[in-house]
Design a protein around this ligand. Sequence first.
Ligand code: GTP
Ligand code: MG
Length: 206
Amino acid sequence: EIVRKLFAGTAEFFWGTGSLGGLPPMHGLEIAFAGRSNVGKSSLVNALTRRKALARTSSTPGRTQELNFFRIGEGQESAFTLVDMPGYGYAAVGKDKVAAWTDLIYAYLRGRANLARVYVLIDARHGLKDNDLKVLDSLDKAAVSYQIVLTKADALKPGPLADRIRTIEESIIRRPAAYPSVIATSSRTGEGTVELQSAIVQLLHE
Ligand code: GTP
Ligand code: MG
């Protein structure tokens, strides 16, 4: 009920910035979505808020070019902020921009005091890549709590999907800041979105 009410409330874009100096004042808890370019971060923001185009999406990697802040459930007790990030790794925008985004992503993830959790999105078809592991290392080092979320679960059959989840859970077992279980989602079918919403509400009440 709390979950339904919170996510049925308002969801509003309120801030975007391409530089650390341009971050919004801290106001309540933030929950960030990080992941490689094109993994489906912006699509998941839309799926969670049940809005078609709150966050802009594209089939071309490199769509989201700033840290975008969305206020969810303003006026409610558990109102919070979702942060959609630019992707790391390859993007169709050139090396310099990707490097600048990567610096921004790392600085934000390591240094934001009201960041309650990072959801690290991993394409269910691809699993953990080198640049994902670097982000996990950095979060572990900075003791920033994170959980792995698989995206595009619709692209795998149930068997391979279960294998993917198990392999990742086994590989993160010794990571100090990792939440041990993996959530599989699809923005296309809606699979896993209620589970993720519930996880968010739970951590807002911790
Ligand atoms: P950047 O902002 O460029 O880093 O990308 P992003 O991680 O925000 O990805 P975005 O949400 O823009 O989606 C990238 C592509 O993946 C789009 O073509 C989406 O339609 C597709 N996509 C996103 N979610 C899903 C999903 O659950 N299933 C499938 N099959 N495709 C998806
Ligand atoms: Mg995006």
